[in-house]
Design a protein around this ligand. Structure first.
Ligand code: AMP
Ligand code: ZN
Length: 136
């Protein structure tokens, strides 16, 4: 995709702090880290949303996610790690090329994922479950 920043990074038109690359996946440091070491795992195939992505591209990302997560834990002495994957502007996606954020975590690092959990109203769990299963 000509105007996609991540495609430009994959093509080498924009520089990146590259951690790992193979035929299907590129891994580089996020330019604006939430926590130092914040890393992006990106399939080389341009696809906008998780559900658009070819399964083999996601499988390749999955294997690399595991390997890079382990490297962040040991290499940066992280105490924990978040995997974040945003789809759509409403979900906070700024770059419409599927990517996974790997964020190393430390006690007191100041990052908190806003997670305002609340219980379902009466009957809503069953209705939600039925809609998802019908679409699967
Ligand atoms: P998202 O909001 O999930 O689409 O995340 C996009 C991420 O890409 C943000 O965390 C940005 O900081 C990061 N980003 C944008 N441009 C670059 C770039 N040229 N190199 C590395 N990371 C970038
Ligand atoms: Zn792209």
């Amino acid at each position: 995709m000509a105007d996609c920043i991540f495609c430009m990074i994959i093509d080498g038109r924009i520089p990146s702090a590259k951690i790992y690359e193979d035929a299907r996946v590129l891994v580089f440091l996020d330019i604006n880290p939430v926590v130092p070491g914040h890393t992006l795992v990106v399939p080389k195939t341009h696809c906008r949303m998780l559900w658009d992505a070819p399964t083999e591209a996601l499988e390749a990302c999955s294997a690399v996610l595991k390997r890079v997560a382990a490297a962040l834990m040991t290499g940066l002495a992280a105490e924990g790690l978040n995997v974040v994957q945003n789809n759509g502007a409403v979900a906070g996606q700024e770059i419409e090329h599927v990517h996974f954020h790997l964020i190393p975590r430390y006690r007191g690092d100041g990052f908190k994922v806003p997670w305002p959990a609340r219980p379902y109203p009466e009957g809503a769990l069953e209705r939600t479950l039925a809609k998802i299963k019908a679409a699967l």
